[in-house]
Design a protein around this ligand. Structure first.
Ligand SMILES: [Zn+2]
Length: 257
């Protein structure tokens, strides 16, 4: 499946080992089906340098700087304190801060996650960058933090799988909704209904590869080349022609980043 209009995979862990062996070929598979830009979120200090290098070597690749809530540890406070200094020393600048956020399903204490998230928001505001947000089972805590620490330059709630009401609350906070493989599952009724009703200018597309395999591709690593399948599903859900959606979402992506 190919898209004529360019697509932007706004959340793809393309630096993970599963893609490393023949990276150039993997990237070509994505660009050949229309995925012309890929934003790779950071997980923590351990991959910052690699993301900067990938971005330096490939025009299609951009990177974000931050600490993923999964991977927080005793060094994370220091890493987050160091984000602004790190940003200034990079030769290829990250275009967003993240991914960061709250995850109630990991063992890292939620209070600590909240403190680290607040710091990310302050850094993004200071640097004038948007934020890539991760949130699982912690929407109310996230909304409370966003009220207390407003995001100044927009951002995206990636991998959205909530209700219409939650999506609208996030839009009101100046965020866009990152739509991924969840909508390809017929049983994901709540999210599919939410996305069907959302205004197109509130939506970005993402794969979250190698995670979040699409329906019919379970058991395989997800890949940015699957982004056109998500576009097709979105087109069916919204009953709007694919290329119209693709053009609008490309504009959303470019104006945010
Ligand atoms: Zn992610």
């Amino acid at each position: 499946m190919t898209s004529e209009a360019p697509l932007f995979d706004t959340h793809c862990h393309f630096d993970f080992n599963v893609f490393a062996e023949d990276f150039d070929a993997q990237l070509r598979q994505a660009t050949e089906v229309g995925v012309k830009r890929i934003l790779i979120p950071a997980i923590g200090e351990e991959n910052w340098q690699r993301l900067e290098l990938l971005s330096a070597h490939h025009n299609e690749i951009d990177w974000a700087l931050g600490c993923h809530p999964y991977f927080l540890n005793q060094n994370s406070t220091q890493q987050v304190d160091n984000l602004i200094a790190y940003y200034h020393q990079t030769s290829v600048k990250p275009i967003a801060i993240g991914e960061c956020g709250l995850d109630a399903l990991v063992s890292v204490e939620l209070g600590f996650q909240q403190q680290i998230l607040q710091q990310h928001i302050q850094v993004a505001n200071e640097l004038g960058l948007p934020v890539l947000l991760h949130c699982r089972k912690a929407y109310n805590d996230l909304l409370r933090i966003l009220k207390q620490f407003p995001i100044h330059n927009g951002g995206v709630l990636h991998g959205f799988s909530g209700s219409y009401q939650q999506a609208m609350q996030l839009l009101e906070k100046g965020l866009l909704i990152g739509v991924g493989g969840v909508i390809t599952y017929p049983r994901a009724n709540k999210t599919r209904n939410a996305i069907r009703q959302l205004p197109l200018d509130g939506i970005l597309l993402e794969t979250d590869a190698p995670d979040m395999p699409l329906n019919h591709f379970q058991g395989q690593s997800n890949h940015p080349k699957r982004l056109p399948v998500i576009l097709s599903t979105l087109s069916e859900l919204k009953q709007i022609e694919k290329q119209t959606i693709a053009q609008k979402i490309w504009q959303n992506s470019i104006s945010l980043f």
